[in-house]
Design a protein around this ligand. Structure first.
Ligand code: ZN
Length: 349
């Protein structure tokens, strides 16, 4: 009987999403993950990109398996300090301006000072701007209102705020009594938490894995190159654990684990997909097969960078991804269960 402590996992997700980590500025969250793994006596290694690798020796070390999830998130960077004392932003990662309109944010200066603000349309007040609702949400119209008494670019600069400062969004994490977790950045911190809990479980249950298994907590996925390095030559299978995409025509939901059969990069490895389905069926894991139309994962990034591997992608279903995300604890549980059985299974090749 597989016991999944989803409450502990959800608490860990809440901790992770509360640490700002837009791609390019992930040191703090990586340190958090590092400390978590240290606490489990798991050795880790940081690559030069700033990602973290934990390796667990298995019975067979001539063949390896690798799993990855990413801690970097969407975010923004100060593009311009405007003459009106507000900030123009440049987006980090693939999302639309309307998904951050009205969001509270944090600006981190290069010296580590933190200021708060709100992301707004320049023309927000309906008492002043007649067309407030109709104007395009774009780089020209969206700006940050800093919570400081500043009305000129000089006053903003006097705070130490400059072009290139990182901007992160308030995750507004909330757990509902009905079992949902609402938060930004569930992509992909939900999966990071699942992987960390999996490692904890392997340790506490003293499980010896069949193959040496590497867990890569990548920190550049949202910009396309998080998990395409540090793959050992012995690595046969490479599984990305990332969110399942929901929307019209999608089969992914917030209650099951989504097994991706194909995304924008093409089909995932057929044998591994069949194996994941078989494992789900044998172990009573609720799953959905799905195609993600506008999606690429660290597994496809790894293939693109020239690694000869068997690649796959699974993850919890996340509603309104890259915007107002939500999932349910049952999706977390099903993903955790499938991974637990997967890491203990035979390789497909
Ligand atoms: Zn993701």
């Amino acid at each position: 009987m597989v016991q999944i402590n989803s409450e502990e996992t959800i608490k860990l997700i809440a901790d992770l999403v509360s640490i700002p980590s837009p791609s390019g500025n992930t040191n703090e969250v990586i340190t958090f993950v590092e400390d978590f793994l240290k606490g489990l006596q798991v050795d880790t290694y940081r690559n030069r990109k700033g990602g973290l690798i934990a390796s667990i020796e298995g019975q067979d070390s001539s063949k390896h398996r690798m799993l990855t999830a990413h801690v970097d998130t969407l975010g923004a960077m100060v593009k311009e300090v405007k003459g009106n004392g507000r900030l123009k932003i440049d987006l980090i990662g693939g999302f639309k301006y309307n998904s951050v309109e009205g969001e509270y944010c944090q600006i981190e200066t290069q010296t580590g000072k933190i200021y708060t603000g709100t992301i707004l349309m320049h023309q927000t007040s309906v008492h002043v701007y007649k067309d407030a609702g109709k104007l395009e949400r774009n780089q020209d119209n969206i700006e940050i209102r800093i919570d400081e008494k500043v009305h000129t670019a000089e006053e903003v600069r006097a705070l130490g705020i400059e072009v290139g400062d990182f901007v992160s969004f308030d995750p507004r994490v909330e757990l509902t009594p009905s079992g949902y977790i609402k938060s930004r950045h569930l992509d992909d911190k939900a999966s990071v938490a699942i992987i960390l809990q999996l490692i904890k479980r392997l340790k506490t249950e003293n499980i010896t894995l069949p193959y040496t298994t590497h867990f890569l907590i990548s920190n550049n996925e949202e910009i396309g190159y998080g998990g395409n390095s540090n793959i050992t030559p012995e690595t046969v299978e490479y599984l990305a654990v990332d969110m399942g995409a929901m929307g019209d025509g999608q089969s992914t939901d917030e209650y099951t684990v989504s097994i991706c059969v194909k995304d924008a990069s093409g089909p995932y490895h057929y044998e591994l997909r069949k194996k994941l389905v078989q494992l789900a069926e044998e172990n009573n894991v609720q799953y959905k097969l799905d195609i993600y139309p506008f999606y690429g994962s660290d597994a496809s990034a790894a293939i693109r960078s020239g690694h000869d591997i068997v690649h796959g992608l699974i993850g919890p279903g996340i509603d309104s991804s890259h915007a107002f995300e939500r999932t349910h604890h049952s999706s977390i549980e099903n993903t955790a269960k499938l991974l637990y059985h997967y890491v203990q299974s035979e390789l497909v090749l």
